[in-house]
Design a protein around this ligand. Sequence first.
Ligand SMILES: [Zn+2]
Length: 456
Amino acid sequence: MNKYQPVIGLEVHVELNTKSKMFCRCSADYFGKEPNTHTCPVCLGLPGALPYINQQAIDDCIKIGLALNCQIAEKSLFERKNYFYPDLPKGYQISQYRWPLCTNGKLMIDDGKIIRINRVHQEEDTGKLTHTKDGTLIDFNRSGVPLVEIVTEPDFTNVEEVREYAKKLQQLFRYLDVSNADMERGDMRLEANVSVKRQAAEGPLLRHEASEPRQRRGESELPNYRVELKNINSFRFMVAAIEHEIKRQITEIEAGKKLTQETRGWNEDKKCTYLQRSKEEAHDYRYFPEPDLPELILNPKKIQQIKSSLPELPWDKAKRYQNEFGIKKADAKILSESKEVAEFFEEAVEHGKKHQVAPQDIANYIVNQKPDITSVLPTQAVEEIKGKKVGVIEDLKELEKLAKKSMEENQKALEDYKKGKTEAIQVLIGGVMKISSGKADSRKVKEVLEKLLKSK
Ligand SMILES: [Zn+2]
């Protein structure tokens, strides 16, 4: 298997949690509702009905784009993606193709690798088909619900990277409060493009340095086919489907067969992928500009406004927990995975300051004991930890030693402070917390540092 290098790209669809649908005023909150009760002439695709744009959905799409470091187009356009299917009464889906709202983004995954994001665009969902033994039922409640699609470049080289990226997106949607991103309910759906290529003789071609965006690989370096794995509704199925597909493709290549462009599904019972459709290209859809909708023109001021309204993102939080509180990397990641846990942790840290309970002890408590944060209060958690533990470093001599070490290690912050940037002291405090594994009493650390800095 080592002779081959998987080349994987991911398309993620996420349904937005806006009040109304993308192009009409029907309620978008359709889950579990009586079939065909959230419909109107627009989302039923009746002749003569005219769509209009849901502003909140556009704002949410921009939020996602900005959080993923995309460029936001000041001018974009909706187009018709034409195809026939029973769940699509208009005979086309309103989507974006040539002029998407957001392009050229990136997201860093844990090992420092950058995943390039080709585009983030706005479209609408289709109706839902339910196949029974007597026939197929159709529910149009989902038809026209706002959907955002996020497409990566084929930058993944193994399934672990794909899983991590998809989990990060899920966290992001929840932090931004744009979607519940529940896979089981179908709020978030994954499609993977999988191919394999022979490893270059001189070694793996695709490894690259952490902070540096990868050089664009020429088309010629990519395999001349790709298999699209459609409609995968859990992380576990996605991992299984991609792993199976990589093995299947390598077996085919080894047997001298030629692989082609096709769409495959995942059969969970048989644990294998199966052919759905062969060869399907963008030009099959005959995209053309949606004549019933105006161009989408955005004021740069508006984009800036949305940007400044973004919350602190989970990966930024994790970094801050490490730097400011000296929390171990793995713990910082767990604490920032959900907004609720992060809030609980931060409140507990705040309260812990008054009771000499170190942030790392609070982190340990949350990570190991997994308290039910809906019923335990952060203050109660601190009391509990305090009742049990000792070991906070309060001794001034000892703190002074740690403070000096932090000053040595953080020369830049030291210089900044001397130049009058007093907030640089946070970096020095963070340094002490790190060196002491979070055991130093942070309030006393600040006092000690201030004294040392004054005497310099
Ligand atoms: Zn409607």
